[in-house]
Design a protein around this ligand. Structure first.
Ligand code: CA
Ligand code: CA
Length: 177
């Protein structure tokens, strides 16, 4: 009797991110929050200490808010720790990203929460404006796909919650090819 041989499909593995969609070059500078934070370059001190290529957004310098580097990184050796107390404070990318209509964009960031919500938006809510409560105790990836429009925007990582406290690392913005 003739044996029936069945061709089994090859072992399947999921791509690094679902769907196997090709992504373009990184559009955000220092989304890994590496480098010499501004407190070190200015001789130390201060309560709002931010990674290169990022700026303060609304955080008070009087100790009300604390932004600092931490070695508790998702990637590399540093991440940006953010502790703010009021409406929409945190960090913003120093450079703008040029978005184009008719294209789609992939946003990704890793958050390790302690308390409160996180908001990622572009300042004008033109492309992205998402507020979510991150997992606590470990980094978790959050990602969003958004349609472009003809605009140039900065990326803001903030919170409006009283006592918001979280760590952000490996923020990425790429065009979906
Ligand atoms: Ca990092
Ligand atoms: Ca504040």
């Amino acid at each position: 009797m003739r044996s029936i041989r069945r061709r089994l499909p090859p072992a399947m593995s999921l791509p690094a991110w679902g769907g196997g969609i090709a992504l373009g070059a990184e559009l955000l500078t220092n989304g890994g929050f590496e480098g010499v934070y501004d407190d070190e370059s200015s001789g130390g001190g201060g309560t709002v200490n931010i990674a290169p290529n990022w700026n303060n957004f609304g955080s008070e310098l009087d100790g009300t808010d604390t932004l600092d580097e931490t070695a508790d990184a998702h990637g590399g050796s540093k991440a940006q720790e953010i502790t703010v107390n009021a409406a929409n404070e945190g960090v913003t990318s120093a450079a703008t990203i040029v978005f184009a209509s008719g294209k789609r964009y992939y946003f990704e960031l890793y958050i390790k929460g302690v308390a409160g919500k996180v908001r990622i938006f572009d300042g004008a809510a033109a492309i992205i404006d998402e507020t979510f409560t991150p997992s606590t105790g470990a980094y978790r990836r959050y990602y969003f796909i958004r349609a472009g429009s003809t605009t140039s925007q900065r990326i803001y990582i903030t919170s409006g919650d009283a006592g918001a406290h979280f760590i952000v690392d490996d923020v990425s913005v790429k065009e979906i090819l």
